[in-house]
Design a protein around this ligand. Sequence first.
Ligand SMILES: *[C@@H]1O[C@H](CO)[C@@H](O)[C@H](O)[C@H]1NC(C)=O
Length: 228
Amino acid sequence: MRFTPYLVLAPTAAVAFAQLFDPLHRTASDIQQQPQSQSVNHAQIPLAKPAGELGPAMPPSGAPQADGPANAGGGSSVMLSDVMGRDKSINLFAGFLRSIESPSQRLDDPARNTTVLAPLNSAIESLPRKPWEDPRDYSALGANAYEGEDGQGRAQRNLRRFVEAHLIPTSPWPAGEKIKPVGGDTEVWWEEKDGVKRIQPGDIEVLSVGSSVVNGEVWILNGVRNAS
Ligand SMILES: *[C@@H]1O[C@H](CO)[C@@H](O)[C@H](O)[C@H]1NC(C)=O
């Protein structure tokens, strides 16, 4: 499996995170009742699977079926929510996004433009801790900070903060325009040096503009923003 860092979790946490990353928001008992599901067995969480399954041919759950002519080839009704799953290099971030309701709705809304700053899977995997972990929780609550219902809620809030620190509530986003992300109070802007866009603060390189659709753009980053 490619996502080893996410597979080593205690069984309780495994249930919690199987729910966190389950796009259908099934309950833990629903998951356990499904013999085919690998979600909780052996504490192995197919975190990559939901995102991986949603390839280009399949819109995220809740999105309109993309079988009309308008949706067939980048037509005017294609939303960010439709294209987030297309690029496998950012499918960890896309999975996080899908697991949280309000940002998902935002990307499905034609009236609200967003520049999505999507870190590469490799950037997320090389973080010293998981995006839902906060050292402050560990110092306040100890090693079980993400156990149980409270712990799951805590992890979900942290993950939401991480995701929302990567959503810029405007598109097009002009160079140098300082703006607060959807979540967080620190202003963000970008500048171009030697033909490379860099997100500031943090000097995070924008590798490419992945998709450009009716309600915004997906920019692929080689690093993550500091969400705390
Ligand atoms: C939203 O994005 C679209 C596509 O880039 C653009 O045509 C439109 O002007 C943007 N709307 C606003 C309010 O920025």
